[in-house]
Design a protein around this ligand. Structure first.
Ligand code: AMP
Length: 285
């Protein structure tokens, strides 16, 4: 029977979340610490553990059918892959930063300057779009030290918290692109593999939806029930069950976690008590 081959990062930032996602999709695979390939035990999926920067090319060449990569690498490599799903982890931005105290009024200030980066193609496209000619200095790691050692006037690197920039006395000035982990697929996979991919995507979507939502249970006095229900933005309509104590009901619903924090005080003010917020594993609407 045909199996879908998925490429994921062998080691680094994306590995743990990629394996975590497969695990949450109830797909059992060994982690890639000692191996290059693993077979899922309960789903027609083979996992190839590869270097992150090689994944787009391997998927384009058909060595793997699908892959989990940082979206920024699609732009950098120029590989023509189908983006199937944004996965919500490894969120970062590719930004231009300059030494603290250096004046910067806009990207035009980098005309004729040296910029160090590990992402030369993306930076080149950005400079071209802004009609700025600058010298790109390619380095594969620790880009942030380049200005301090006199190698460059500015850098263009991936940033998430901004801590590394701060520690190296650099200030973020321009966002070149925003990125997160994405599921990508080769445009030419067989129909059987496409069916397996559809099942995988269905599972991933239900896991991702569940991550943003919480199951809420609360006790409400019956005379306030209507008003409390009016505040709760539910999936469809909340479940209302009578409590053993007369005059009270238990209200159950599903809401987005952010929304919950917005309405919690309103719920309490209307008399809601014993509010429980419970994680959801999978959500199918
Ligand atoms: P790495 O494991 O460092 O090779 O990074 C793998 C991928 O994670 C990169 O291609 C980016 O998409 C993403 N990434 C890199 N740096 C960061 C960062 N500082 N914060 C969040 N994601 C990042």
């Amino acid at each position: 029977m045909e199996r879908l081959k998925i490429a994921i990062q062998k080691s680094g930032r994306l590995l743990e979340d990629s394996l975590g996602l497969l695990h949450d999709c109830s797909i059992k695979v060994d982690n890639g610490r000692d191996q290059l390939r693993a077979q899922a035990k309960n789903f027609p999926l083979d996992v190839l553990y590869l270097r992150n920067s090689d994944i787009p090319q391997y998927v384009q060449d058909g060595v793997a059918d699908v892959g989990i990569v940082g979206e920024n690498l699609l732009v950098e490599t120029g590989c023509q892959l189908d983006k199937i799903l944004s996965l919500g982890f490894a969120k970062c931005r590719l930004s231009v930063a300059v030494p603290k105290g250096q004046s910067f009024t806009g990207i035009g200030d980098l005309l004729g300057k040296k910029i160090a980066t590990s992402y030369p193609n993306t930076l080149r496209q950005y400079l071209k779009k802004n009609a700025v000619e600058a010298e790109i200095h390619v380095i594969s790691g620790s880009v942030e030290i380049a200005p301090a050692i006199g190698l460059a006037d500015a850098i263009c690197d991936l940033v998430s918290s901004g801590n590394t920039l701060f520690q190296n006395n650099l200030v973020e000035k321009e966002v070149v692109l925003r990125s997160e982990a994405v599921l990508v697929a080769s445009p030419q996979i067989s129909t059987t593999k496409k069916n397996i991919l559809d099942q995988l995507v269905f599972r991933m979507e239900s896991v991702l939806k569940a991550q943003n939502n919480k199951y809420i249970l609360l006790n409400a006095p019956n005379d306030q029930l209507e008003e409390i229900i009016a505040i709760l933005p539910g999936m469809k309509s909340p479940t209302v069950l009578p409590l053993a104590m007369s005059g009270w009901s238990s209200v159950h619903t599903v809401i987005q976690e952010d929304k919950f924090w917005e309405i919690i005080h309103e719920l309490k003010a209307k008399g809601a008590q014993g509010i429980l917020v419970v994680p959801i594993q999978k959500m199918i609407i």
